[in-house]
Write a protein that binds this ligand. Structure first.
Ligand code: 5RP
Length: 293
């Protein structure tokens, strides 16, 4: 039985101080439930509002990609500099130590390889497994204009419904067919469709013309993929322009893990994303860190 003798009288009621009711820092996310917001606040840094997601999920459709042959040796050392790790459950379970507390975005769609039609995907992870793996978000590929457009949109909406039941946000990844125009009109269409149908944030590509129109008419945060490997200064310039034009971060893979100095590169990207560092200064930082080796 609880000891009720000597219980102190409650007195700190601060009766004249209204309870704070904070708005949530992330674009379009204020009406989400607590668990969703908490997971998003692990992915997006609440101070800067932005994220550096380290994307290493490429193997799910193209096998052992250059730079990802040995995730244990070449990727785990980068983890301290990332805000989030995006990967498959196979790599998570087989290689990533559970003591690592970095938030995980799980690749939750799949089903076709580079040898076949890529848009022919299904949901590839049950939401129960995402819960079991304690992930912070689930990523699904959406092929607007692709051969299996409807199927990929349906994958997304089903994953969103399952995620809402579990309190897990969904990241829609807009995939562009090689024969499609990568322009502002296309990316406005693709990102807006994903957001309208309930994606909690959207990944897309940076474009030189009109990217700010893509971010401004998408009601939820946008992060950019890095795309194919560029010279380091060019990749930092792309990240800088994207952030200045309204992106809330990067989901970058090859431009980090295929860099000559991945550890230096991820830190330079972080400076651009979180501290608005200019590309030139970030490149200097990259070279300084690279030469410290
Ligand atoms: C694969 C993906 C990748 O995670 C994405 O393309 C990011 O990697 P990169 O910066 O190398 O483009 O979603 O479909």
């Amino acid at each position: 039985m609880a000891d009720l003798d000597g219980v102190k009288e409650a007195k700190n009621f601060h009766a004249g101080v209204p309870q704070k009711s904070e708005g949530f820092f992330l674009k379009g996310s204020n009406s989400l439930d607590w668990g969703m917001k908490n997971r998003l606040a692990r992915i997006f840094n609440p101070q800067s509002g932005n994220t550096v997601m380290l994307a290493v999920d490429h193997g799910y459709f193209q096998g052992p990609t250059t730079g990802l042959e040995r995730i244990d040796l070449d990727i785990l050392p980068l983890v301290p500099y990332a805000d989030t790790l995006m990967l498959t459950r196979g790599i998570l379970r087989s290689i990533v130590p559970p003591s690592m507390t970095l938030p995980i975005v799980i690749r939750a769609s799949g089903g076709s390889s580079i040898l076949k039609e890529l848009s022919n995907e299904e949901i590839a992870v049950a939401v129960e497994d995402s819960v079991r793996l304690n992930v912070s978000a689930m990523a699904v590929q959406v092929f607007i204009g692709g051969e299996y457009e409807k199927q990929s949109i349906h994958n997304m909406t089903r994953l969103i419904d399952q995620g809402i039941r579990a309190g897990i946000p969904t990241l829609a990844v807009t995939a562009v067919g090689t024969d499609m125009a990568r322009d502002a009109r296309y990316f406005r269409l693709a990102t807006r469709i994903c957001a309208e149908l309930g994606a909690h944030y959207v990944k897309t590509y940076f474009i030189e013309e009109g990217f700010e129109t893509v971010t401004s008419c998408c009601p939820v945060p946008i992060v950019i993929a890095g795309g194919k490997k560029l010279p380091e200064l060019d990749a930092l310039t792309m990240a800088y322009k994207a952030i200045q034009q309204g992106a809330n971060g990067v989901d970058m893979g090859r431009n980090i893990f295929q860099s000559e100095a991945p550890k230096a590169m991820i830190q330079a990207v972080g400076a651009v994303v979180h501290r608005n560092e200019t590309p030139e200064k970030a490149f200097q930082m990259y070279n300084d860190l690279k030469n410290q080796k």
